[in-house]
Unconditional design. Sequence first.
Length: 313
Amino acid sequence: MSLANRARRSGRKEASVSVEVRHPRFVSVVGPQVQFERIATGFLFTEGPIWHSLGCYLLFSDIPGDGVHRWSEQGGLSSFRKPSNMTNGMAWDRQGNVLACEHATSQVVRCDSNGNAVPIATHFQSKQLNSPNDVVCGPDGSIYFTDPPYGRAEFYGVKREQELEIQGVYRVGATRMTPSRLVDDFDRPNGLCFSLDGRRLFINDTARQHIRVFDVAADGSLAGGKIWAATTGAGAGAPDGMKIDSMGNVYCCGPGGIHVFSPEAVCLGVIHVPEYTANMAWGDPDFRSLFITASTSVYRIRVLVAGVPGMMS
């Protein structure tokens, strides 16, 4: 049975939402239009979606709601971790544990299958991190994360002053609890994703509305950092969550919804999402479903080019 038919039988809300085609290749990557299926709603601000490719379930966070939720086609919605210390972005490590960025504690933690958390990054040069925002696991198992101050504001975190003056990008390698600062010239570093070969790391800057690209050295350090693309257009939104598909196209939150860029940094078009959009994750067995966390809801759409598994089977 198709996903659309399952949605109709379950009574889930569906909505046709327009797309903005900026290049003809958009149609062969995403499709001429998209159909939104709202699989969950009633949250305060959803974020951090990750798909478990073996268990076929989605985890996502509700930052102000202080919880991480689990959703599956068969099991519906349940709680994975509550309280979650206002978790934002999440990723899988190479052992299948959840890496979570906690706004309330300014930590990156590793969670087991029961949601039990162990801190792996808390301070830099004896000063507490700002509020780790998004996280990815590199090909060698090292952990990269961004550290803007959003979790030190009301609603999205716990209001308090920063100890660090820099909004940096960090790496946790073999030595836990002592992250290395890789980049220090961002305004608001946010979403990040690796290229298909793992040799480049894309990192966006919410305040500056652009995506930068870095070369990843053998020791895990970053070099370069030129502006790769900018998110332009009308509508609410800014660079936030970011993912890559199996053909090297980059999906990035931006004005109006989700901007789709070719491997050559050409903006192919924009997927206009019904609500303000924060993040996304590839899922379902064929990885042609894009799960989108958008404010009060989580949506699913189908695209033509498959994504990349966030968790290797």
